[in-house]
Design a protein around this ligand. Structure first.
Ligand code: PEP
Length: 251
């Protein structure tokens, strides 16, 4: 492991009513609320943020949101702003998740606007990047990642201590049970860190956290965390059950 504090983040997607979310958050606080070897974040659905925030308040577990819009306020029906998220107690926000890119047509430009707005509001964006199956098969993995990272962070001046988090999530590994092989993860994470070094300098590249996401489970987290450039995980399905998520947190 390296010197960066890891982050294990749970993306609850469109699951859990307020009652189910608060129950899961309580069980997580009981099992892992005082965790110190890693940072932990859960991202419930918008409707549960307020109630979950109250439960996490006296614990070391952070709360994030799964999406936001870039404008600070206005006539944007159905959207939510960065300051609304900080107001409800979020510290992080997931941006550019592959489900947002592929199901809701989010472009690199829109994602870049969201990343900037999150940083401006003192939220930590978790910028998701990753190639599809066919892009990997046609050897486009690195050009796709290059484009997604460069455009996602376009025009930003990053400060140490206020860097975004990057999550490498190969689309073919999300929710499929197919985890990327350690060699594939290692190769991509080291590529991403070099890319950040070229764009933002060695200091930021040394402190920015790059998470892996895609069918992370208790059975594969230790191997993933042993890789030099893996600084944590973004966990979907396996974060929904507090017992299973706690086993991942205790990698
Ligand atoms: C995700 O939704 O970001 C994710 C990685 O999902 P899963 O862990 O279920 O593959």
């Amino acid at each position: 492991m390296n010197q960066r504090t890891p982050l294990i983040a749970g993306n609850w997607k469109m699951y859990k009513t307020i009652g189910q979310a608060t129950d899961a958050a309580r069980r997580l606080v009981d099992a892992a609320g005082g965790v110190t070897h890693t940072e932990v974040m859960i991202a419930p659905a918008f409707t549960a943020l307020s109630a979950v925030s109250a439960i996490l308040a006296d614990s070391d577990i952070y709360m994030g949101a799964q999406n936001m819009f870039w404008a600070s306020e206005g006539a944007f029906t159905g959207e939510i702003s960065a300051s609304m998220l900080t107001d409800v107690g979020c510290r992080h926000v997931i941006i550019g998740h592959s489900e947002r890119r592929h199901l809701f047509g989010e472009s690199d430009d829109l994602i870049a606007q969201k990343v900037k707005a999150a940083l401006d509001a003192d939220l930590i964006p978790v910028l998701c990047v990753g190639e599809t199956d066919s892009e990997r098969e046609t050897k486009k993995t690195f050009s796709i990642l290059d484009k997604q990272v460069k455009s996602g962070l376009k025009g930003l001046i990053l400060e140490a201590g206020r860097e975004p988090v990057i999550a490498y999530e190969p689309v073919w590994a999300i929710g499929t049970g197919k985890t990327a092989q350690p060699g594939q993860v290692d190769e991509v994470h080291s590529y991403l860190r070099d890319l950040i070094a070229r764009q933002f300098g060695e200091a930021i590249a040394g402190t920015i956290r790059i998470l892996y996401g895609g069918s992370v489970k208790p059975e594969n987290i230790s191997v993933l965390m042993s890789l030099q450039d893996v600084d944590g995980a973004l966990v979907g399905g396996a974060s929904l059950d507090p017992e299973i998520f706690t086993r991942i947190i205790n990698f």
